[in-house]
Design a protein around this ligand. Sequence first.
Ligand SMILES: Nc1ncnc2c1ncn2[C@@H]1O[C@H](COP(=O)(O)OP(=O)(O)OP(=O)(O)O)[C@@H](O)[C@H]1O
Ligand SMILES: [Mg+2]
Length: 136
Amino acid sequence: MEFQSCVKIINEWDIVAARQLGRKVSKEIGFGTVDQARITTAISELARNIFLYAGTGEICIEKMVEAGKDGLKIVAKDKGPGIRDVRQVMQDGYTTSGGLGAGLPGVKRLMDTFDLVSSVEEGQQGTIITTQKWVR
Ligand SMILES: Nc1ncnc2c1ncn2[C@@H]1O[C@H](COP(=O)(O)OP(=O)(O)OP(=O)(O)O)[C@@H](O)[C@H]1O
Ligand SMILES: [Mg+2]
């Protein structure tokens, strides 16, 4: 790990702050403008989900260097109610809020890797989503 920076998601403005941090870091890493837009969109969707479904949480952005490749990792963490059926929420159009249900499947498509770990068990409820993208 070379660099990590986190934004607490407590109110709607924090979604904008997380997005701006993502823009800045992805530019520094050397992503092109299209990939910068993909990354900031992914961050917005994850931050918005935290705000809507968990109330509060955190988005961490990390620079990665592996085998000479540069990349960016986003970790979205919350201690909200958790997700009971992970396969279901990854389907296009699945929503519990009257949204488009496009957020999570969209993030998966925009990034290179996507990992969702969630628990609905009392005392350990919450969701952690880790997603990465490499500079081409
Ligand atoms: N952090 C989270 N904690 C608990 N449930 C979540 C979380 N993120 C997503 N979900 C659940 O997964 C569903 C799908 O999320 P997704 O972002 O794909 O769609 P959406 O938020 O409903 O609509 P859209 O993002 O298109 O506006 C949500 O409706 C919600 O039920
Ligand atoms: Mg969403």
